[in-house]
Design a protein around this ligand. Sequence first.
Ligand code: NAP
Length: 301
Amino acid sequence: MKAVVFAEHGPPDVLRVVELERPKVRAGKVLVRVRAGGVQPFDTRVRQGWPGLALTLPSGIGNEFAGTVHEVGPGVDGFTAGDDVLGWTYLNALAEYLLVDADAIAPKPPGMPWEVAGALSASGQTAHTALTILDVHPGDTVLIHAAAGGVGTVAVQLAKAWGAVVIGTASEPNHDYLADLGAIPVSYGEGLVERVRAVAPHGVDAVVDGAGGQALLDSVGLVRAADRIVALVNVELADKVGARRLQPDRSVRRLNELVDLHSAGRLRIHVRGSFDLDQVARAHHEVEHGHGRGKVVVTIP
Ligand SMILES: NC(=O)c1ccc[n+]([C@@H]2O[C@H](COP(=O)([O-])OP(=O)(O)OC[C@H]3O[C@@H](n4cnc5c(N)ncnc54)[C@H](OP(=O)(O)O)[C@@H]3O)[C@@H](O)[C@H]2O)c1
């Protein structure tokens, strides 16, 4: 099978498409023929060489995917060959075949495009987990930094669905996009506190921080209690200011909730770039520059 690997850390072109042996199915596992996989900023940092992350090279890459069940292992109930699924994994999603735990996949509705399904399981669950940690409820005003990105796009729509008023930060070209998703758009950068106060004079109840640095420091002055900030980046700074770290907490229940919202027309996943497997370096480059709407996906026809 074809798979993306990297044998050294470095820029996007260290990613190679190579031939590997197809994994063999085992008890409790499902072998999936992958059709699409999302690229996260995490992937680009791992490729560059994330300090402290224990990694054996060569390594695969990619944490979220959608595809078709090829074979199920002994003891797996609920899935059979031919089922379309989406799910999450760790550093091996970008390959023609993927061996994955049966409790890390959910059925893909027929109407959900492959690119969307491939881009939902990790970033979408990050957004869901962040809002759950914050206990967002009706009447809250929630500030979301990096609101137009992969996580932010889902966080904005979920927070709206949970009854919150949402303020989202993005550059001006993404303001119409954020307004369409249901957020009040605000530009990031100098003067952010004043711009947020102009739309929320009493400050905000909760913050999802996908930007870090000054955005996190500004948030401390805008939120009533620092422990209602959840930091996706800059976690050491978050510790210092009393904000909470995001602890990944993925589950099929969480994923199904996102899938159901999408099926009900209440969750849109914008795919700004779709790349073939042999263009994976371009996909990484697109994520790495840190700007743009929604998700970047690699497809494997
Ligand atoms: N994806 C995950 O599951 C996950 C999990 C844990 C942590 N994280 C971290 O959370 C952060 C967001 O993740 P993501 O997947 O949403 O990333 P992403 O899709 O690459 O985010 C891109 C977005 O960031 C915005 N942005 C850039 N600089 C900004 C700033 N100074 N202030 C506010 N927004 C800014 C951009 O807006 P403009 O285009 O308008 O400039 C763009 O829409 C990343 O640092 C990531 O490592 C992600």
